[in-house]
Design a protein around this ligand. Structure first.
Ligand code: PBG
Length: 342
């Protein structure tokens, strides 16, 4: 047969690498780490095989393990010794993330990104102070379907002040980059102002710019002990049905000075990653979240999928869609595989 076009010509061994459009490098990956101030032993996270809550004393050792695989950046989440209605341990100078950041930046070369949010620090598990807590009704038990539940909402502007304090305290501890994940309106501007005022003009902000209200966060909420005690996050995180709204939301963060724009979750939202890639010149990040990790592990455990291959294919797809950086619980394993395969 005399076919002019035979795309298969370029799929032969030897040439595949030359015509490959997308590559994945260990340096593209950011490994999330959970630091737990309530423990002095590592605690495995059941729904995220291979991941643990790590005591502050082990934070440096944990990050060194990650660096050995070729991954250069970590994202720190903290589980505090105590929670309250305002989440005040989130900006404490001796808080869990501050303490771990101080040690990690002093003793390793890791690039340390800190998650700036309140849900792991508030006793109600929401990403900011609640309006009725601020009205002086703190201590009220919302868990039993009380009358507040339908109207309960996070106070946006009061939360901005807390986020600014958190960001400054992280930068003071040595954080290289701040990543606000609370989806409050104006959060990037508030954090930028605080950082600049305190002399941290050089510290970039990676905004969780389009963060969806997703059921794929389930395992993380176990890991970081940050599930809302009642209600849901629908009134601040984005509706999975909306794509145009994501552009508006992201544009606002860009205008406020976000340096890196993130989409979260990753795989169910690759269209959004691609929209951002086409619309913005910023580096685009995607968060391959806990549920995306857990489901591949569960299928692999049953023998239904090859874990290494589906992990690699997932991350490659996220890059192909347009992400420059990927936050992923597969970071170490995939980096190790990439380095070994060279
Ligand atoms: C906290 C935060 C969450 C995640 C990252 N930061 C949880 C949430 O919004 O409920 C999820 C990460 C994951 O699932 O891996 N605001």
């Amino acid at each position: 047969m005399n076919l002019t076009h035979r795309p298969r010509r370029l799929r032969q061994d030897g040439v595949r690498g030359l015509v490959s459009e997308t590559s994945l490098e260990p340096a593209d990956l950011i490994a999330p780490v959970f630091i737990d101030a309530t423990t002095d032993e590592r605690i495995p996270i059941e729904s995220m095989p291979g991941h643990e809550r790590v005591p502050i004393d082990e934070s440096v050792a944990r990050v060194e393990e990650i660096l050995e695989t070729g991954v250069e950046a970590v994202m720190l989440f903290g589980i505090p010794i105590a929670k309250d209605a305002q989440g005040s341990r989130a900006w404490a100078d001796d808080g869990v993330v501050q303490e771990a950041t101080r040690r990690i930046t002093a003793e390793t070369d890791a690039y340390v990104i800190t998650d700036a949010c309140l849900c792991e620090y508030t006793d109600h598990g929401h990403c900011g102070a609640l309006e009725d807590e601020l009205r002086g009704e703190a201590g009220h038990d919302h868990s039993e379907g009380c009358a507040h539940e339908p109207t309960m909402t996070v106070d946006n502007d009061a939360t901005l002040e807390s986020l600014e304090r958190i960001a400054v305290s992280h930068a003071e501890a040595g954080a290289d980059m701040i990543a606000p994940s609370g989806m409050m309106d104006g959060m990037v501007a508030a954090i930028r102002e605080g950082l600049d005022r305190e002399g941290f003009e050089h510290v970039p902000i990676m905004s969780y710019a389009a963060k969806y209200e997703s059921a794929f966060y389930g395992p993380f909420r176990d890991a970081a002990d940050g599930a809302p005690a009642f209600g849901n996050r629908r009134h601040y995180q984005m509706d999975p049905a909306n794509a145009r709204e994501a552009m508006r939301e992201v544009r606002l963060d860009a205008e406020q000075g976000a340096d890196v724009l993130m989409v979260k979750p990753a795989l169910p939202y690759l269209d959004i990653v691609n929209d951002l890639r086409r619309e913005f010149d910023h580096p685009i990040a995607a968060y391959n979240v806990s549920g995306e990790y857990a489901m591949l592990h569960a299928a692999a455990e049953k023998g239904w999928l090859d874990l290494e291959e589906v992990a690699l294919e997932s991350l490659l797809s996220i890059k192909r869609a347009g992400a420059d950086l990927i936050l992923t619980y597969f970071a170490e394993d995939v980096a190790q595989g990439l380095t070994a395969g060279r």
